[in-house]
Each structure stands twice: as structure tokens, then as C-alpha cells.
Write a protein that binds this ligand. Structure first.
Ligand SMILES: [Zn+2]
Length: 170
């Protein structure tokens, strides 16, 4: 089974956050590089516990998810770049959120962790690019490095939009 993800699922640009799938690899990488500063700036004056009734996580929770998703993909990229089996199985973000108690994470810790994860992700991309990796995702099918980069950058950017919505900064 091949699941829909990316432009067919979200629209191009994304109907929510406005991410452009056609922005290319360089665009997605530079977006990811800018996100930690952008998040820090966005949450000035916030406590992290702000939330909307129709969204499952509060601000700290969304940032904690951005961290985990980014770090998990960096780990997968490094693994495959260093010769691991290219088969990748999905993780369950909701179970992870539950076990880590996302909504209880401190905003100060969450923003620090996201910066570390983004830096790790950027070094993983640097290592994976010359290795010409291809991942075989059990749900999404074959993923070239460019697919992984776009998908990861979109995930983070999309949740930045959630944080903006919570803070009424959209
Ligand atoms: Zn989006």
C-alpha cells in the first residue's frame, strides 16, 4: 500500500501553511535552517501552554513534535547513508506524544531541542546527499532524498503554522 503524502495530500502550495512543494531541495533546506530562529521569535512572550480547542497539542507540544519528527528522520538518513537497510517503518507520533507528555514540556526546553534537532538534520542531509540514498518507506513507498527533505521541511513548517494559529499570528 502506498499512502498519499506531500502535494496530493496537502495541496501545492499547502492549503494550510502555504509550503510550496516545487520550492526544491535548496529551498526546503534553507527553510529548515531558518526555522529555529523563526520559532524562537514567534514564541516571545508566550508560555508554551497556549492552545486551541480543536488542536490536540499546545505550543510546547507542537514544537516537541517538530523536534521528534526532525530527529527521527535525521537518524534514518544517517543510518541509510552509513549502509543500513533502507526499509523505514513509520513511528506513531500520537503514542510518542502520550509517552513524552508533550503538553507538559517546557517551552525553553522545547525550543532548545528543536534547534539541536534541526542542526542534526542539516548534518544528516550533508552526509546523505553524496551517498545518494533512497528509502523504502513501508507506507509511503520509495522516497528519494529530495522527497525526504521536502516532507520533513513541510512537517516542521506546517506545525510552525499551527503555533502561529494558536498565537493568532496568522
Ligand atoms: Zn502545510
Amino acid at each position: 500500500m502506498v499512502d498519499h503524502w506531500g502535494a496530493p495530500l496537502y495541496g501545492d502550495p499547502c492549503r494550510g501553511c502555504g509550503f510550496t512543494w516545487a520550492g526544491g531541495q535548496a529551498g526546503s533546506i534553507s527553510l529548515m535552517r531558518s526555522l529555529p530562529d523563526s520559532i524562537d521569535e514567534l514564541v516571545i512572550g508566550a508560555t508554551g501552554t497556549e492552545r486551541l480547542p480543536d488542536l490536540g497539542w499546545n505550543i510546547s507540544g507542537y514544537i516537541a513534535h517538530m523536534t521528534d519528527n526532525t530527529q527521527i528522520w535525521a537518524e534514518r538518513l544517517i543510518g541509510v547513508a552509513r549502509g543500513a537497510d533502507p526499509h523505514v517503518v513509520p513511528y506513531d507520533p500520537d503514542l510518542l506524544a502520550e509517552s513524552r507528555h508533550y503538553n507538559e514540556v517546557s517551552l525553553q526546553g522545547a525550543t532548545w531541542s528543536f534547534r539541536v534537532a534541526a542542526e542534526n538534520w542539516l548534518s544528516a542531509i550533508d552526509e546523505a546527499a553524496p551517498a545518494g540514498i533512497v528509502m523504502l518507506h513501508s507506507v509511503r513507498g520509495t522516497m528519494e532524498l529530495s522527497d525526504v527533505i521536502a516532507s520533513n521541511a513541510h512537517d516542521a513548517y506546517h506545525h510552525r503554522w499551527d503555533v502561529r494559529r494558536i498565537l493568532r499570528k496568522v
